[in-house]
Write a protein that binds this ligand. Structure first.
Ligand code: 5GP
Length: 205
């Protein structure tokens, strides 16, 4: 069991032990690429699997990248408190199932969430000890290039994502640390180093 002194209270009063790292930042910055690389190369890192109402992209496997659900099912999960945080992003819902994260943290083991900025703010309230990591693009132009170059999205969705990205970039100062995504390999290494050092007296796995 985790040291009770290391626990923090969520808004609904449920104690949640520390050990959570949150990767956030603007859409298109490469968060999911970093997470994919960690999934592939660092199987010892526990990754939360989010629930979403968006359609699967080619190559995405239900239960691996996301649990894909309908709007009604998502709204029921949110209303019944099954989500640690959730947000509506570019026309779809995204949320973090609460129970797997709570179990992981109660076991005193670290975990990684990838969420948008709105979700990161909610995690900050629910788990004040969480380490909030902001993934920044090398430049704004690079972010625009990545967002507009993604051929899987229609133009109106890309415009929504650019608009969201402008607001998300302004949130950087709310985070504990910024990593600049110049190289996926470097960001993964930095992230895993941060996670394994937290908490310092416990092993990563
Ligand atoms: P995508 O559709 O590109 O996979 O994700 C769109 C945005 O939703 C990204 O910024 C991603 O980080 C965010 N996202 C993914 N899962 C969650 C989640 O569980 N909660 C929140 N708040 N955002 C999420």
């Amino acid at each position: 069991m985790a040291d009770p002194a290391a626990t923090t209270g969520s808004p609904d009063g449920v104690p949640v032990p520390a050990g959570l790292t949150v990767l956030s930042g603007p859409s298109g910055v490469g968060k999911s690429t970093v997470v994919q690389a960690i999934r592939r190369n660092c199987p010892h890192v526990w990754l939360s699997v989010s629930v979403t109402t968006r359609q699967p992209r080619p190559g995405e496997v239900p239960g691996r990248e996301y649990f894909f659900v309908g709007e009604r099912e998502f709204e029921e999960m949110a209303a019944s408190g099954q989500l640690l945080e959730w947000a509506r992003f570019a026309g779809n819902y995204y949320g973090t199932p609460r129970e797997p994260v709570a179990q992981r943290l109660e076991a005193g083991r670290p975990g990684l969430l990838e969420v948008d900025v709105v979700g990161a703010r909610q995690v900050r309230l629910a788990v004040p000890d969480a380490l909030l990591v902001f993934l920044a693009p090398p430049t704004w132009e690079e972010l625009v290039r990545r967002l507009t170059g993604r051929e899987t999205e229609p133009p109106d969705v890309i415009e929504q994502r650019l608009e969201a990205a402008r607001a998300e970039l302004r949130a950087e100062s709310e985070f504990d640390i910024t990593l600049v995504n110049t190289s996926v390999k470097d960001v993964c290494a930095q992230l895993v180093a941060l996670m394994t050092a937290q908490p310092a007296d416990q092993p990563a796995e």
